[in-house]
Design a protein around this ligand. Structure first.
Ligand code: F6P
Ligand code: MN
Length: 350
């Protein structure tokens, strides 16, 4: 059966058959997420015509100035999910604490965690931006932060919506990574990229090069070797790409292979890294692994990290297996030299 023409809701309903105990709530939750993303896409496309570009006077708990669109996107997720009865609680990059479902509203058994608008420095330049989300299951009626702090392997669903030249939703419920393109004529996400598979080999990497003097040796060695091109140990010419919006940089590598890295550097030691574990690293790691890639901090598999708090930051390195193997080998040797712990194990890297 060709998948073309299948809508996101039809796809999820078919997938639900894998779980005979399913009640349909998960399908409804994904519908609400899709509606939220379509509304964000509509706002993003209007851009300055709707007078929604620019910064607010607020900072989020990460100390970043909130853009007007960050706030709009966060509000849309809250409005479309809070009272629908599918989630037990929510958390987001833009909210310091767990969002509790209003008293008297029905509640479900899912925890929804999201980065409403990733790459927000691209908003004002009309560059690609996205939404990232992760879904966990809970049996608590009034979940607290501690209930969110589960290993990434526990995610029942992870996905992102990319507001690029086309709007695309890419998601996994643990059986492959699948891409849907928004058909603006009918307002539906259509399955256009079933079973996305990251090519094992690559000659492309994405990293903020301006931090190179601060990186740890394993990452610096990898990039230096790539940059030597055909004459270097990799014996091929590499290209560097950095959009500055994780959703776009990861989407590119899921489509055509590559490495994405925001590694540990000496300016980030205190923070623990740059990207957030719960709503950036974990969902992207599940999508990348489900598409056949590897996702690591350099030393540990991201999906096996034990989260300490909602807004925790971690180093992130993910992508094509061949180059990830070189990067992990670099970290392994460095760990041996320095007495650091190296525990990364997964199907693709033993
Ligand atoms: O959310 C954090 C983020 O905006 C990512 O989307 C992106 O990959 C990264 O930060 C960009 O970092 P930098 O400002 O160093 O380019
Ligand atoms: Mn982000």
């Amino acid at each position: 059966m060709t998948h073309f023409g299948v809508t996101l809701s039809q796809f999820i309903m078919e997938e639900q058959r894998r779980f005979p105990e399913a009640t349909g709530n998960f399908t409804l939750l994904l519908n609400d997420i899709a509606v939220s993303c379509k509304m964000i896409a509509a706002a993003v496309q209007k851009g300055q015509l709707a007078n929604i570009l620019g910064a607010t006077d607020n900072e989020n708990c990460q100390g970043e100035t909130q853009q007007i669109l960050d706030v709009i996107a966060n509000d849309l997720f809250i409005k479309n999910n809070a009272k629908r009865g599918h989630v037990a609680a929510m958390a987001s990059e833009e909210m310091d604490d767990v969002y509790e479902i209003p008293k008297g509203s029905p509640r479900g058994s899912y925890l929804l965690i999201f980065d409403p608008l990733d790459g927000s420095s691209n908003i004002e330049i009309n560059g690609p931006i996205g939404t990232i989300f992760s879904i966990l299951k809970t049996d608590k009626e009034n979940p607290t932060e501690a209930d969110f702090l589960k290993e990434g392997v526990e995610q029942v669903c992870a996905g992102y919506c990319l507001y690029g030249s086309a709007t695309m939703m890419v998601l996994t419920i643990g059986f492959g990574t699948h891409g849907f393109t928004l058909d603006p004529a009918i307002g539906e996400f259509i399955l256009t990229h079933p079973n996305m598979t990251i090519p094992k080999e690559t000659a492309e990497y994405a990293i903020n090069h301006s931090n190179r003097n601060l990186w740890e040796p394993p990452m610096r060695d990898y990039v230096e070797a790539c940059d030597l091109g055909k004459e270097g140990p990799r014996k091929k010419k590499y290209t560097m790409r950095w959009v500055g919006a994780m959703v776009m940089d990861i989407h590119r590598l899921i489509q055509r292979g590559g490495i994405f890295a925001y590694p540990m550097d000496s300016s980030l030691t205190e923070k623990g890294g740059r990207l957030r574990l719960m709503y950036e690293a974990n969902p992207m790691a599940l999508l990348v692994e489900q598409a056949g890639g590897i996702a690591s901090t350099g030393y540990e598999r991201i999906l096996n990290l034990d989260p300490q708090h909602l807004h925790q930051r971690v180093p992130v390195i993910m992508g094509s297996t061949e180059d990830m193997t070189i990067i992990l080998d670099n970290h392994k040797s460095y760990a041996k030299e320095t007495g650091k712990e190296f525990t990364h194990k997964c199907e693709q890297y033993q």
